[in-house]
Every structure is written in structure tokens, then in C-alpha cells.
Design a protein around this ligand. Sequence first.
Ligand code: NDP
Length: 311
Amino acid sequence: MKIVVHNDNPDRWCRALQAAFPRATVVTAEAPAEVRRGADYLAVWQPPEWLLAEQTQLKGIINLGAGVDALLDNPELPADVPVIKLRDAGMAAPMADYVLYGVLHFYRGFDGYDHQQQQARWAPQPLPDKADWPVGVLGLGAIGRHVAQALAEAGFPVLGWSRSAKHLDGVDCRHGEDGLDAVLAQAQSLVTLLPDTADTRGLINAERLAKLPPGASLINPGRGALIDESALLDALGDGDTPGHLRGALLDVFSTEPLPDDNPLWQHPRVWITPHTSAPTPLDGAIDQVIRYLHSFEAGKTPTAVNPDAGY
Ligand code: NDP
């Protein structure tokens, strides 16, 4: 068995995979071409086109992250090789922390107190009842469902939305266009944890932002492409004058790193983190990839990404 690894920490990955499969050849993409070629598996994050193009006998490609948009967009991705992605692998818990922080930021009014502090203004605001603060979670996958349930456990009414119908304890699950409208109509905070696909790109546009209640907030740790950034800026309003939306906590952007001149950086009601809401935990990810490789070698292909659906 030959495995080629490409990510930002390939040596650590090679050591772990070599220990799990002592008879395998495990190399990084830095190895000489004659050593890399003829791999059975690629374990990769955002691989260069040449790494995919040079392989001729792959049994599987393992995406070392939950989002497969970059890999599916790679023009050299072979159509007949199953792509397997990380499913939770320890990312769901830090993502739930991030989202809970975001929801509490707006629910507890830290945005307003931030502003008041700049004016040395002491003005306690009423604390809303959590029952009056429904949170919408778009995407109920391996990570989204955990986030939705963590919010429900924290006491918020949670409406979830996915492509297929679902039942999740503590979450009012919706699907379809009507389901999305129902979520948008109620969400005081909207959390977007959808993959970037042909169907979800630009989903949160001006029309859908306008369907949120006035004063709603947006938390996007999913993918930048889900949001129409200029519609978001319009909805947030200018300077000291809030628009339809109260604020946004954003972790992901259409262009990353977010360019210096992007107006989101300077917006007073936008909080930005640099795509760090749920870093892939190394040990959990390595364990999952080892399980995937054992399945492949036992003749059982792990659940693969559906290239038509894009996730
Ligand atoms: P999954 O693939 O497990 O789940 C995707 C969810 O989105 C599913 O519930 C799916 O519905 C739903 N969905 C997909 N397309 C549509 C659609 N057209 N309409 C409605 N619902 C749709 O993904 P994960 O939960 O693992 O991760 C979600 C995303 O979070 C990733 O794709 C990635 O972009 C992002 N992410 C970001 C990180 C960060 O650090 N910022 C870290 C990890 C992930 P159904 O259940 O019916 O299939």
C-alpha cells in the first residue's frame, strides 16, 4: 500500500500513518516523483493539481477536512475515485463553543456594551428571555447537528435546516424552501454551517437577509461563499446607523485571507476571526483516517462524498 500525504503538517501525518501501517510506503508530496507515483491513497488538504494528475491507480482520496469544496473544484480530480471527508473528527465541539460564543455575544448585548464603553456610558439593558431568542442553524451535518443540539442544551429554541428531512432531539428540523423561510422568519441569530456547493453558494442574499427579523445577527463559520457579502454589508447599515441586521460574527470569507481593503474589516458591527472556528484536531483526524484506510483495505469503501450534491 502506498499513501501520499499533502497538508500543512505532512511529516506528523506520515509518522502516524506509518506506525498504523508498518508495511506501507507513506510519503509526503515532497518525495521524488518516482516514489510518489502509483499511490493507492492520497490523504490531502487542498492538493495541487499536479499531485492528482500524476496518479493513475488511486483507490481513494481522503480529504483532511470537513469541507470538500476546494478538492471538488480541482480540475484534476479523477471522476472515478471515491472521495472521503472528515466527519466531525473532533471539530464539532470547538465549533459548538464558537457558535455559542457568537450567539451569547448578541443575546447578552456585548455588541451594544462595546459601543457604550467607547462612550463611557453606563446603561444597563434588559436581558431578553432565551425563549424569545430562537436560533436558526442552516446545515445539520456531522458538525451542524452537534452545534444545534449544544444551543438547545444551552436553553435556546433551535430551528435547524437541511436538505433532507431529519429528527433531532431538541431541534425543530425543517427542510425545503418553505422550511428555510420558516427558519429565517424566526431566527434572532442565524448560524450558517452548510457546505459550499452549487445549491448553497450565495444562498444568504439580500432577499433572504430581509426575511430575518429586524435586529437579527448572523454567525458564519461554514463557508464564505454562502453569503452575498455586499448584501450583508447593506443589511448591516453604515457607521453608527444599524441596518436590518444587528451584527455579524464571520470566520470564513469568499476570499481568504480577507483582503486588507475589504470593508468588513472596518465595519463597527462585524467581528472577524481568521477561519479558526474549528481547527482539525490532529489526533481525532488521524484516527479517523486510519479507520478509513482499514475499511478500504478490507474491501469496504467508507461513505463517500456525493460529487453531484457537492458535499
Ligand atoms: P456535512 O457534510 O456533514 O453536512 C452538511 C449539511 O448541510 C447537511 O445537513 C446537509 O443536508 C446540509 N445541506 C447541504 N446542501 C444543502 C442544501 N442545498 N440545502 C439544505 N441543506 C443542505 O458537513 P459538516 O457538518 O461536517 O460541516 C459543514 C460545513 O462546515 C463544512 O462543509 C465546512 O464548509 C464548514 N466547516 C468549517 C470549519 C471552519 O473552521 N470554519 C471547520 C469545519 C467545517 P442533509 O443532512 O440533508 O444531507
